[in-house]
Design a protein around this ligand. Structure first.
Ligand SMILES: [Zn+2]
Ligand SMILES: [Zn+2]
Length: 302
């Protein structure tokens, strides 16, 4: 979710919430912490994604497709489903309502699976971090507050550096996933939605999710990163990821962040606009959307 970034903060906070038990019973700690953080992540994701779903349903004039003068191809909003299952003569219990609403949609199911994967990875790193002293840790994550101007400057510089790392990897990995073999076997799952939903932000084949977050997490072993640098970046990425998949036309106040139409065009046209936050990678790579070119799912060249 966009603010599913908060899920990540919850998960990252679990890094420091596991110390004694993580050494005494690491497996039990891992299972309990993963369960709690995955459910917390999913519920928080829903709290952010559902208002986007509602807004999409209630404000047709604010949709991306309308900006391109195209027909809306999305039919399965949660609000529509809610109206169906909430008929007065229905005997469905609240729990059954929730199951029908959420588990009838593949994007929601995938989001739940992938949030569980991310929770497991983060908790594993957290246990590793909490159960060893600094000299024996393999990751370079640190929690200590900066004390001097130079330490503060490093936190700022590494936050920006991590942002570029994530954004560049998002472009490179995404472009690789559009090679014919990887596209057909892995990434096509994400492209099931020509008009995505906020949940599609995490509606990825689990292999794709692991590829992307594997690259993001690799930075934890490459350079010292303060926990705030990680939290800010993951919040930012997930916030815009959900907004960009919402189907709503939304502009950012940040000059480098394109409108949500940028990624919406990717879902509609397929092999174009691979970037996430910066368009510079697409411009350098010759994959930025050009109105005079023909795009389709079966056209892989540019
Ligand atoms: Zn997408
Ligand atoms: Zn794609």
């Amino acid at each position: 979710m966009g603010v599913e970034g908060f899920c990540w903060i919850c998960q990252l906070l679990s890094l420091g919430a596991t110390p004694a038990s993580s050494t005494a019973a690491p497996l039990a700690t891992f299972l309990i912490a993963t369960t709690i953080t995955s459910w917390g992540s999913f519920l928080f994701f829903c709290a952010f994604a559902l208002p986007l779903e509602w807004r999409y349903e209630l404000q047709p004039e604010g949709r991306c497709q309308g900006k391109r003068g195209r027909e809306d191809v999305r039919v399965d909003s949660l609000l529509s489903l809610a109206k169906k299952v909430a008929a007065p003569d229905s005997l469905l219990s609240f729990a059954k309502h929730a199951r029908v609403l959420f588990l009838s949609r593949y994007d929601v199911q995938l989001a739940a699976i992938n949030l569980t994967l991310s929770a497991a990875a983060t908790v594993a790193i957290g246990i590793h971090h909490a159960s060893r002293d600094a000299a024996r840790r393999s990751t370079l994550i640190y929690l200590e507050s900066p004390q001097t101007w130079s330490e503060m400057a490093y936190v700022l510089a590494s936050t920006i550096g991590f942002f570029f790392w994530i954004d560049c990897w998002a472009y490179v990995s995404h472009r690789l996933l559009h090679l014919p073999l990887l596209y057909r076997t892995v990434h096509k799952t994400h492209h099931m939605w020509k008009q995505p939903t906020a949940f599609v932000a995490l509606g990825l084949h689990p292999v794709e999710f692991l590829i992307f977050f594997g690259g993001v997490y690799a930075a934890f072993w490459l350079a010292p990163l303060h926990i705030s640098a990680i939290a800010v970046n993951l919040l930012y990425v997930h916030y815009h990821n959900a907004v960009d998949h919402s189907g709503l036309y939304l502009e950012s106040h940040l000059p480098w962040q394109p409108t949500s139409l940028y990624h919406d065009d990717h879902h509609r046209l397929f092999h174009v606009n691979y970037g996430q936050s910066l368009t510079i990678w697409d411009r350098l790579g010759g994959t930025f959307y050009q109105p005079n070119k023909a795009y389709a799912e079966h056209i892989f060249s540019h």
